[in-house]
Design a protein around this ligand. Structure first.
Ligand SMILES: *Cc1c(COP(=O)(O)O)cnc(C)c1O
Length: 428
């Protein structure tokens, strides 16, 4: 397949947009080459500017769980647009989507809508700090919670001491309030809590990690975290921006049977429009302005087009109780197929899956945290990525990303993908 026009468009974009992209991972830095410019998409397929058709395993990094341009969502947006695209005033639609979300997700009474997952996580942390009157938070290495300052932190000199900024522009002052812990390592979390007694407002975690590949919590880890939080007056924040309305009707809380104190949403909840949200029980949410003292606001929050897309998406998921099983079945089929061909071609690998999330790691050891995820063979991943691109299969241009299975993918698409992986892995 040729990607000539994409290369041209990228060169033009680089003149006026930093790195030619509006979000860094799109730039193919981790795999080399130039990004593909998309023209349109429908169902399981992307149609690019060179006239190629690609089977899509990124799906806008998660939102398009029903496939691209899902007709009812598109219609809802068109109809709403005719009535005005933004008011900065309350609409009935906002109550409708809030009520539906509250009915689908365990352990939440109220939800506040924002414009991105970043905003949701940033606001959840502020709310947790205001509510507990404590400053520090714990996050896990390899978990992503958007690009706000508090989360752009890497491990500092000692694991139990404060972190240091991992981007210029993040101040040391901000970094000192973020503590780093190791995913799936409860003893490590205990040590960090002990060293910062009565100072920690919240532990924020991806309940199933999806930003270092797909990494499920090991048995007992999430239960242990829940107990530690309760014992120490720490709020447990589930960042379900990726897992919410994806792993189950009620997200990872339902799948893992663990109640979080605050839950963050994004991606699926917006049906492909810019939406985030955070939610909790009344005692916590009532702490938010205008009811309570913690400030949070947004000119375009609850935007009618975004709420129309999100409501239609949630209604569809809510009315189709079989969808999450269907997605898990497709994922299992794909995983089994990949497993078979990679083994036959003597490739060293590990596959992780949870529900409709799947990641392939080119390393033999179990991938359970950031350190083990980082061990994957990157040159092999690059060959894998570019090989699949030539076969018309689009996976994320980074070894640290989850693939997203959508309802639009057919078993035929999955077979085509498995055959392509067979062909490509013969060249490793
Ligand atoms: C994507 C993502 C975010 C950030 O959401 P944006 O909408 O990109 O700001 C936060 N947390 C998790 C777990 C995510 O996957």
């Amino acid at each position: 397949m040729l990607y000539q026009r994409s290369s041209q468009l990228f060169a033009e974009a680089e003149q006026v947009i930093p790195g030619g992209v509006n979000s860094p991972v799109r730039a193919f830095k981790a795999v080399g080459g130039t990004p593909i410019f998309v023209k349109s998409a429908k169902g399981a397929y992307l149609y690019d500017e060179d006239g190629n058709t690609l089977i899509d395993y990124i799906n806008s990094w998660g939102p398009m769980i029903l496939g691209h341009a899902f007709e009812p969502v598109v219609q809802a947006v068109i109809e709403k647009a005719k009535l005005g695209t933004s008011f900065g005033m309350p609409t009935e639609l906002e109550t409708q989507i809030a009520a539906l979300a509250v009915s689908m997700v365990p352990n939440i009474d109220k939800i506040r809508f924002v414009n991105s997952g970043t905003e949701a996580c940033m606001s959840a942390i502020r709310l947790a700090r205001g509510f507990t009157k404590r400053d520090k938070i714990i996050k896990f290495a390899g978990c992503y919670h958007g690009h706000s300052d508090s989360f752009l932190i890497q491990a500092g000199s000692g694991a139990v001491t404060f972190g240091s900024p991992n981007s210029p522009g993040v101040t040391e002052g901000t970094a000192k309030d973020t503590l780093l812990a190791t995913y799936n390592d409860l003893e490590n979390v205990k040590t960090v809590i002990e060293a910062n007694k009565n100072e920690i407002a919240a532990i924020i975690i991806e309940p199933v990690a999806g930003n270092m590949g797909c990494i499920p919590p090991v048995a007992g880890f999430m239960e242990g975290l829940r107990s530690l939080c309760t014992e120490n007056g720490i709020l447990l924040i589930f960042d379900e921006v990726m897992t919410g309305f994806r792993l189950a009707r009620g997200g990872a809380q339902e799948l893992l049977n663990i109640d979080a104190d605050i839950v963050c949403f994004g991606k699926v909840i917006g049906g492909g429009l810019p939406v985030g949200a955070f939610a909790a029980r009344n005692e916590i949410m009532n702490y938010l302005a205008p009811l309570g003292p913690v400030y949070q606001a947004g000119t375009l929050s609850g935007n009618p087009l975004a709420m129309a897309a999100g409501l239609t998406m949630l209604q569809t998921l809510n009315n189709d109780q079989a969808i999450f099983q269907r997605l898990a079945d497709k994922t299992a089929y794909l995983a089994a197929g990949i497993d078979k061909v990679l083994k036959a071609n003597n490739v060293v690998f590990t596959i992780n899956t949870v529900g409709s999330m799947i990641s392939v790691h080119f390393d033999a050891d179990p991938v359970v945290d950031f350190k083990s995820a980082s061990k994957g063979d990157n040159p092999t991943f690059k060959k894998f990525f570019h090989g699949l691109l030539q076969e018309g299969i689009y996976i994320a241009p980074s070894a640290y990303e989850t693939w997203f299975i959508t309802d639009a993918l057919t078993y035929e698409d999955l077979d085509v993908t498995i055959q392509a992986i067979d062909k490509v892995s013969k060249t490793f």
